[in-house]
Design a binder for this molecule. Structure first.
Ligand code: GLN
Length: 529
């Protein structure tokens, strides 16, 4: 490879390796996400509201751990090893979900335990994988080629969504199956297994191709161990955290503890989750941790006395953006919970005579991103050429408004449905179309805006704040999803049939033969598993 490669418009081959790796990783993540809540409700017999809370907490933690993954990469392992570690952990987590979904009918307790461990392992896997693969995309381009970054990230975002599309096709195809019109609750495991295999393929793609393609034009490894980095690697976007005084750390710890209790009080005592069941735990402990750590980190950064006025103003702009994206992701992430429950229980999912599995309906988001990402970036280019490109915060405002519009449409169409009416699938497809337009105005732009506004020494930490605001959005998504009136959970069905399911499960209610029949006819559990 020659040192003075000619300048051209082509992207380095390494981009395609990262594209492929991320594609398989998102296949695994979004494929699993499609099945997760339905698995919890139908196989593990959780209430829909609890499943929403757990789903929100899981996603939120997936966006808190990138702080750890970024830190470990910068200090100790480098991007490459973190990506491999993250990939292995995620594949392992999916296998644990596979086992959980294989044994629930014999040992519900063990199945629940495996679910928690599996989700925990995936949370850490995602934390090691996600920030590092994105930052490697940036590292592929030497200083004089940074202008290609926008187009590189558009391509990368396509990879993400091709993966999401494939995962949300294959995993529901294998895992969300009906036999004679009745859901086969033993099929979920095949979806999780497929997700695990996808992650193995992604990790192998990276392991086998990285030394050959993910290199500088001089052939030096990109994203290697930090001690092997030269000064050059740090020219752009270096994140040396400033030295904080003991005082500012003290303020932050006090703030964290204070905020934790305030959020804890608001979420647990005010809204009424008092039980220490899993969902109550997540609402009362995990959600406050997310909110409190985001605000504390934000205060920690802005209280650094070495900041100039301009730097501080820019940081406040990042905070304002971070605040508003919370509401975007809270609305967006209904895809895997309330919108999936609606697709499952209240939607006529016939498409040209084929009944689409409910967990597959969210596929339209990834599909529309793949179709629209390039047209959108061409649109921005065109407007820029005419000097009419909207400023980034305005694009984000459009994104938020468009997101709100998507829910007005669905709210209008469900308002007369009652408890037994059916929504036509075209409305959900339209919803995902509109949401995707919003996503393309807001998501890629937010990422690059944070990069542009951050003082170099705080860039990683400010990305951390931005990701935690995504996490806060997911936690809020859990809270909102739980507000959906239950239609599909087994406790709800049982109570409609006049049966106390909890009593049946803990055997405090004796089953009459009639009750037994009602339970079997409605696919409700008839014994303590
Ligand atoms: N769908 C995108 C991804 O998985 C964006 C998610 C986000 O930024 N919260 O990377």
């Amino acid at each position: 490879i020659s040192v003075d490669q000619p300048q051209n418009s082509r992207h380095p081959k390494g981009l395609w390796v990262l594209f492929g790796t991320e594609m398989w990783e998102r296949f695994n993540f979004y494929g699993m996400r499609a099945l997760l809540t339905l698995f919890m409700v139908n196989a593990l017999m959780m209430k829909e509201a609890d499943a929403s809370i757990i789903y929100g907490g899981f996603l939120a933690l997936c966006y808190l751990t990138p702080l750890l993954g970024g830190f470990v990469a910068d200090r100790f392992l480098g991007n490459r090893y973190c990506i491999i570690l993250g990939g292995v952990l995620m594949a392992l987590g999916q296998i644990l979900l596979f086992f959980s979904a294989s044994i629930f009918s014999e040992n519900l307790g063990m199945s629940n335990t495996l679910l928690w461990i599996g989700l925990g392992v995936i949370i850490f896997g995602n934390g090691f994988f996600k920030p590092n693969i994105s930052s490697m995309v940036g590292s592929l381009y030497p200083k004089q080629e940074k202008s290609k970054l926008d187009s590189a990230f558009t391509i990368f975002y396509m990879g993400i969504n091709i993966g999401a599309f494939l995962g949300q096709f294959i995993c529901p195809f294998l895992g969300d199956v009906k036999v004679d019109g009745v859901r086969d609750i033993f099929a979920f495991k095949w979806g999780f297994l497929a997700a695990s295999i996808a992650m193995v393929i992604g990790t192998l793609t990276f392991v086998l191709l990285k030394n050959r393609y993910v290199v500088t034009p001089e052939g030096r490894a990109i994203g290697g161990l930090p001690k092997n980095n030269t000064k050059d690697d740090f020219e752009e976007g270096e994140a040396t955290s400033a030295k904080f005084t003991a005082k500012s750390l003290g303020i932050v710890v006090a703030l964290f503890v204070g905020l934790f209790f305030i959020f804890q009080y608001l979420l647990v005592d005010k809204i009424g989750f008092t039980g220490m069941d899993a969902a109550g735990m997540i609402k009362g402990v995990i959600y406050p941790i997310i909110y409190a750590s985001g605000i504390s980190l934000a205060v920690l950064i802005v209280s650094d006395s070495a900041l100039t006025k301009i730097e501080r103003d820019r940081i406040f702009v990042i905070y304002i953006i971070s605040f508003f994206v919370i509401f975007f992701w809270a609305a967006f992430e209904q895809a895997g919970s309330s919108l999936t429950f609606i697709a499952d229980n209240q939607t006529d999912r016939n498409i040209f005579g084929w009944e689409m599995p409910p967990s597959m309906v969210q596929i339209f988001n990834g599909m529309f991103v793949v179709l629209l990402a390039v047209p959108f970036s061409m649109l921005w280019d065109k407007l820029r050429a005419k000097g009419k490109e909207p400023v980034s915060p305005f694009k984000q405002a459009i994104g938020l408004a468009v997101m709100a519009l998507s829910y007005f449409i669905i709210a209008y169409n469900v308002k007369d449905l009652g408890s037994s009416g059916m929504l036509a699938i075209k409305w959900l497809i339209l919803l995902y179309f509109i949401q995707t337009c919003g996503e393309l105005c807001l998501s890629p732009i937010g990422l690059s805006l944070v990069g542009k506004l951050s003082p170099k020494r705080f860039s990683s930490l400010l990305y951390g704040v931005f990701f935690i605001s995504n996490a806060a959005g997911y936690a809020l998504a859990g809270t909102l999803g739980a507000l959906l009136p239950a239609t599909g959970d087994k406790f709800q069905k049982a109570s409609e049939l006049g049966i106390n399911l909890q009593g049946v499960l803990d055997k405090s209610v004796a089953l009459t033969p009639q009750m037994e029949k009602v339970l079997t006819d409605n696919q409700l559990p008839t014994h303590n598993p």
